[in-house]
Write a protein that binds this ligand. Structure first.
Ligand SMILES: CC(C)(COP(=O)(O)OP(=O)(O)OC[C@H]1O[C@@H](n2cnc3c(N)ncnc32)[C@H](O)[C@@H]1OP(=O)(O)O)[C@@H](O)C(=O)NCCC(=O)NCCS
Length: 223
């Protein structure tokens, strides 16, 4: 584990590849990318990373035992590739019930609101559930990060609990939604709920997850 295997998908007119980043490509996501508060304000980051920080992150990630990270690459007509972001399954833990925490960012703002995060959430979720057998993926979103909340919800994440006043962003303290996405396959679902009756919101989320996995089976190529 460390960097995840290559997955490809079309998102509108874009060809998106999830694949390991390279040390050389990191520069393109920090400057201006991660050095802008408009990109990092919902990430719990209050510093501007430099190339040295990113190389340190790269080396730590490369050797991590409990993480799967992908670069988000835009593939051009002549197969040239530009790194525009990253997505990850962090803190992968557990044996019988394997869980992880997901995260994503698109550092280049010109690619926001094009459906890219929605697509990569579905691809990563499909990989986590159907290729790695995870039972549950957690995520957390600050109030105000509408695109992130929406993309996760569409994928099949649902609210577990709210933490109040976690972070000060743009003039006010923000609550944080803690979300989960459960593996909808019969066996995982039964293992998770152990005879309890899941609530309506969980059943609705399961349906959205099933639809996301169908989308991924149809649209994602795992090379
Ligand atoms: C959050 C982020 C990953 C979203 O990526 P994205 O590719 O722009 O998201 P999508 O285009 O898939 O949009 C997801 C949904 O949000 C909606 N949306 C996007 N931008 C929006 C905005 N500014 N206001 C309201 N809705 C918005 C989209 O319409 C879409 O909903 P729909 O499918 O019902 O139309 C991206 O903005 C980002 O990297 N931000 C900085 C880092 C970050 O906050 N990461 C997440 C931490 S939890």
């Amino acid at each position: 584990m460390a960097f995840g295997p290559i997955m490809r998908m079309k998102v509108g007119d874009y060809l998106i590849e999830l694949a390991p980043p390279t040390k050389e490509s990191i520069q393109t996501i920090i400057s201006p990318g991660l050095q802008q508060a408009s990109v990092t304000k919902y990430l719990n980051n209050h510093f501007s990373p430099t190339i040295e920080d990113q190389i340190e992150w790269y080396e730590k990630t490369r050797t991590a035992k409990n993480q799967l990270v992908w670069g988000v690459w835009l593939v051009g007509k002549d197969n040239e590739r530009t790194l525009i972001g990253s997505t990850a399954l962090n803190d992968i833990e557990g044996e019988q019930i394997m869980q992880a925490t997901s995260g994503s960012l698109i550092a280049d703002k010109q690619y926001w609101n094009k459906g890219i995060a929605s697509a990569i959430h579905k691809a990563r979720t499909w990989y986590a559930f159907e290729q790695r057998g995870l039972t549950r993926i957690k995520s957390a979103v600050y109030y105000g990060n509408i695109a992130s909340r929406r993309a996760l919800e569409k994928t099949g994440y649902s609210l577990v609990y709210v933490e109040r006043n976690v972070q000060f962003i743009d003039g006010q303290f923000r609550h944080m939604d803690n979300l989960e996405c459960l593996n909808p396959a019969q066996e995982s679902w039964r293992t998770w709920w152990r005879g309890e009756r899941p609530q309506r919101l969980a059943l609705e989320a399961r349906q959205r997850t099933l639809e996301s996995l169908d989308w991924a089976r149809e649209n994602v190529t795992l090379l």
